[in-house]
Design a protein around this ligand. Structure first.
Ligand SMILES: *[C@@H]1O[C@H](CO)[C@@H](O)[C@H](O)[C@H]1NC(C)=O
Ligand SMILES: *[C@@H]1O[C@H](CO)[C@@H](O)[C@H](O)[C@H]1NC(C)=O
Length: 328
C-alpha cells in the first residue's frame, strides 16, 4: 500500500500518468467543442482555463460544464489505459467476481477499473483547486459530477452460460461507454445545472467556509452547479474574451439534423438580432471512382453546390450592438 501511495503522490506519479492525464483533458476539450458546436457559447479556448486561481475566474453554467467534461475525460482515459494494460500497477476490476450481482447473474470477467481512474484523476484534477472559496468549491463539485457521469454511464455486458447456450446463468461485467455518451449525458446535466447563491456576503472566514461546505454537501454529486449567470453570448465582449455570434455558421436544411441543430440559425442569428446570410459555393471532389486491374484507381471530378448559412450584421447595425429583433 505504501508503495502504491508513493507511486501516486511522489514525483514518479507525474511521469507515469501525465501523458494519459493530458490526453484525457484533450478529449474533454474536443467533446466540449462537439457538444457546443451549434450553441452561442461554443467552448472557446479562453474558457478552458481549469484552475480557479489566476486568469478568468468565471463561475457560470459553462464553467461548470468545462470542469465536469475535463475531469470525466481524464478519468475515462486513465481507466481505458488501465484496461489496455498500459500501467503495471493496474488491471481489470475483478473485486466482485463470483458474487451474485442480481437475479440470474454473477459478477465475472473483466470490468473496467473505474475506481483506479477515479482515484488518479481526482489527484491530478482536483489538485488544481487550491483556494477555499465558493468558486473552488464549485469547481471541485463539478469535477466530481464529471467523474460520477463516467461511472453512471457504464454498461453491463453479459455472457450466457448453460447447456448449449441456454442462458441459465450469466456472468456480467461493467464496461465504459463511448466517451460521446458521457458528453451527451453531461450536456443534459448542463441544461439542468443548479444555481447556488454564495457570492454575496461570503468572506473567507471559517464560518463562511463552513457555510460553503454545508451548501455543497446538500447538493447531489451528480448535479452541475454554478454561482453566476452567464453573460450575453450574442455580443462580443473583449473584457470577457467573448467573440459574439456574428460570423458564425449555422445549419438550416439537411436530412440528419437534430431539432437543436435545425434551430441553430434562429438561436445564433435571429434571437441575437442578426440576419442569416446564404452563401453558395461549388465544391469539387473525387467521385465515381473505379478500380482498374491492376492496380490503379481512376476517379471523376464532381462538382457539387453547397449552401451555407452565416450570421451577419443587419444594415445600420453597429458592431457589438443588438437591434431589437423583429417578429414578423
Ligand atoms: C493512454 O491513452 C491515451 C489515449 O489513448 C494515450 O495518448 C496515452 O499515451 C496512454 N498512456 C499510456 C501511459 O500508455
Ligand atoms: C462585458 O461584460 C461585463 C461583465 O458582464 C459587463 O460589465 C460589460 O458591460 C460588458 N461589456 C460590453 C461591451 O458589453
Amino acid at each position: 500500500r505504501s508503495v502504491n501511495n508513493f507511486l501516486m503522490t511522489g514525483p514518479k506519479a507525474y511521469l507515469i500518468y501525465s501523458s494519459s492525464v493530458a490526453a484525457g483533458a484533450q478529449s474533454g476539450i474536443e467533446e466540449c467543442k462537439f457538444q457546443f458546436a451549434w450553441d452561442r457559447w461554443n467552448c472557446p479556448e479562453r474558457a478552458l482555463q481549469l484552475s480557479s486561481h489566476g486568469g478568468l475566474r468565471s463561475a457560470n453554467r459553462e464553467t461548470a460544464f468545462v470542469h465536469a467534461i475535463s475531469s470525466a475525460g481524464v478519468m475515462y482515459t486513465l481507466t481505458r489505459n488501465c484496461s489496455l494494460g498500459d500501467f503495471d500497477n493496474c488491471g481489470c476490476d475483478d473485486s466482485r467476481n463470483g458474487q451474485l450481482g442480481g437475479q440470474g447473474w454473477l459478477w465475472g470477467g473483466c470490468s473496467d477499473n473505474v475506481g483506479f481512474g477515479e482515484a488518479i484523476s481526482k489527484q491530478f484534477v482536483d489538485a488544481l483547486e487550491t483556494g477555499q472559496d465558493a468558486r473552488a468549491a464549485m469547481n471541485l463539485h463539478n469535477n466530481e459530477a464529471g467523474r460520477k457521469a463516467v461511472k453512471g454511464t457504464m454498461k453491463r455486458t453479459c455472457k450466457c452460460h448453460g447447456v448449449s447456450g441456454s442462458c441459465t446463468t450469466q456472468t456480467c461485467w461493467l464496461q465504459l461507454p463511448e466517451f460521446r455518451e458521457v458528453g451527451t449525458y453531461l450536456k443534459e446535466r448542463y441544461h439542468k445545472a443548479l444555481k447556488v447563491d454564495l457570492l454575496q456576503g461570503v468572506g473567507n472566514s471559517a464560518a463562511s467556509r463552513g457555510a460553503i461546505a454545508e451548501t455543497f454537501s446538500s447538493i447531489s454529486k451528480k448535479e452541475l452547479v454554478h454561482l453566476e449567470d452567464s453573460p450575453d453570448y450574442c455580443l462580443e465582449n473583449k473584457t470577457l474574451g467573448l467573440l459574439g455570434t456574428e460570423g458564425r455558421e449555422c445549419l438550416k436544411r439537411g436530412k440528419a439534423l437534430s431539432k437543436w441543430e435545425k434551430r441553430s440559425c434562429r438561436r445564433l442569428c435571429g434571437d441575437c438580432g442578426l440576419a442569416v446570410e446564404e452563401r453558395r459555393a461549388e465544391m469539387v471532389s473525387s467521385c465515381n471512382c473505379k478500380f482498374h486491374w491492376c492496380c490503379a484507381v481512376r476517379c471523376e471530378q464532381c462538382r457539387k453546390r453547397v449552401t451555407k448559412y452565416f450570421c451577419v450584421r443587419k444594415e445600420n447595425q453597429l458592431p457589438g450592438h443588438r437591434l431589437p429583433s423583429v417578429t414578423a
